[in-house]
Design a protein around this ligand. Structure first.
Ligand code: GLC
Length: 465
């Protein structure tokens, strides 16, 4: 069985969020069982000299335009990735924005990427194409139309991003108007890429069992809940995992001191080092960390409303944020007012590892969270998660020691509930013995992708049987 796995971002080549981590870790786990290759766009910021030029190159026609595409390849941890160079997408310096601003939901050049995925799937004679999020979703329609023998799996990492375009773009993409219906690609008079993935793929997966349920409700369905309900027989929730070799506190070279569940005292050297570096006094206080993109989803409104109260407590808070938004200014002004809040602007892989290793608690007040990886990484590095109980957070963080892992869960996205959760974390922190038990317990949990990879395998096998 041969699989082509397509995503708009794959670690370490391009990353804005968890999608990139999963698009690396899942194929890597799957490659232990089957033949799998990946494909992503070649972006303008990528150094071509580090890639090999592929012997493949091809032409794709969408609508009235024909594009000549050059392909490059590279391998990471034994998995080969194809990079599609397109004249348009490859000019971008940023994944989802240009110098004139963000593409928000709709860079049409991902349509060219979709056409390239279909072409590559045919060239490589794959059995299944595994598509991820809206950037790849149109490929499900085109495969159904032109190569129905190839099966498609569509994974929803975040339903809020849908790839919506003006209906006039149907012609640009060369899509027959017969597909522009409520059962097909139409969404409030717009052309929706994500609906192509939902309607025409053979199987849909989401990144946690809880999120699979949630997206079929009005609260989390982003306007698509009834549409998803009509496809519920083919929707499955499979929990994400993390790459335990990349996230390993016992070997992590980014850390001040490596540590394991049996010598967590070394963890505190990381905390001491970080606080000294940041010039934070009262370093014996519990350290809360947060690592997040500056987007509404991650709960910044709730956090900002509660921040002054939180910071009155005997704690330190370090937040690493990425992205442009009005939240940044507000956070910056808060950090000027409060000595126990430190901001790290810009994402750095190594610095994020250092933060996880230093933190006593990870704060994750997400309004919704399809899966979330930070809480799993935090537990692996001995930081206890304090999370809003939604989506994958509910599947991975529990208030009792029956199930991996353990942490503090608040069920309502209110200031009161968040403050109460912080208080409970502080209580736990005071009880050194109990705190150490939770840390060791979490560090022993298996958050790898291996178990979930087997679930994907089962679905693949059913599709080609
Ligand atoms: C998206 C989701 C996040 C998930 C990640 C990987 O970034 O917002 O919850 O963990 O995709 O699937």
């Amino acid at each position: 069985m041969k699989i082509l796995f397509a995503a708009s971002e794959i670690f370490p080549f391009a990353k804005t969020g968890g999608l990139a981590d999963v698009a690396q870790a899942l194929p890597h786990s799957l490659s232990k069982h089957i033949d799998i290759v990946c494909v992503m766009p070649l972006y303008g910021f990528m150094e071509k000299s580090l890639l090999q030029k592929s012997e493949l190159s091809f032409r794709v026609t969408i609508g009235d335009n024909t594009h000549f595409l050059t392909l490059y390849t590279s391998s990471y941890k034994g998995v080969k990735t194809y990079f599609i160079q397109t004249p348009l997408l490859s000019d971008t310096e940023d994944l989802y924005s240009s110098s004139s601003g963000s593409y928000a939901n709709n860079n049409p050049n991902f349509g060219i990427f979709c056409a390239a995925i279909v072409k590559l799937a045919k060239e490589l004679h794959v059995d299944i194409v595994h598509l991820n999020d809206w950037h790849t979703a149109l490929a499900a329609l085109w495969i159904k139309e032109s190569a129905p023998e190839i099966k498609t799996v569509f994974t929803i990492h975040n339903l809020a991003y849908q790839g919506l375009f003006d209906a006039s773009m149907l012609k640009y993409f060369g899509i027959d108007t017969k597909y522009f219906t409520i059962d097909g690609l139409e969404f409030y008079d717009k052309l929706s890429f994500i609906k192509a993935g939902i309607a025409y793929s053979d199987i849909i997966t989401t990144v946690s069992p809880q999120y699979a349920k949630e997206i079929m409700s009005e609260r989390f369905g982003c306007g698509l809940h009834t549409f998803l309900q009509t496809h519920k027989e083919k929707i499955f929730g499979i929990l994400n995992g993390i790459d335990l070799e990349l996230f390993n506190p016992q070997t992590d070279r980014a850390l001040t001191a490596t540590f394991s569940s049996t010598n967590i005292n070394f963890k505190y050297l990381n905390k001491k080092g970080l606080l000294k570096e940041l010039g934070i006094e009262a370093s014996d206080r519990p350290l809360f960390i947060m690592i997040s993109r500056l987007v509404h989803q991650k709960g910044f409104d709730l956090l900002l409303d509660s921040l002054s109260e939180i910071l009155k407590r005997e704690l330190n808070l370090v937040i690493m944020v990425d992205g442009q938004s009005s939240y940044r200014k507000k956070l910056e002004s808060e950090s000027k007012r409060h000595g126990n809040l430190s901001l790290q602007i810009g994402y750095s892989e190594d610095n994020s590892h250092r933060l996880y290793a230093a933190g006593d608690f990870l704060l994750m007040p997400s309004l919704y969270e399809p899966c979330g990886l930070s809480q799993m990484i935090a537990m692996r590095y001995g930081a206890v998660p304090v999370v809003h109980g939604v989506g994958g957070l509910l599947d991975t963080v529990h208030e009792n020691q029956q199930k991996c892992g353990e942490g503090i869960v608040f069920l309502y996205p209110t200031e009161e509930a968040l403050l109460d959760a912080v208080e409970r974390a502080l209580e736990l922190g005071k009880n050194t013995k109990e705190m150490q038990r939770v840390i060791s317990f979490n560090m022993e949990c298996d958050f790898s992708f291996d178990k979930s990879a087997l679930s994907y395998l089962e679905h693949y096998r059913e599709l080609v049987a």
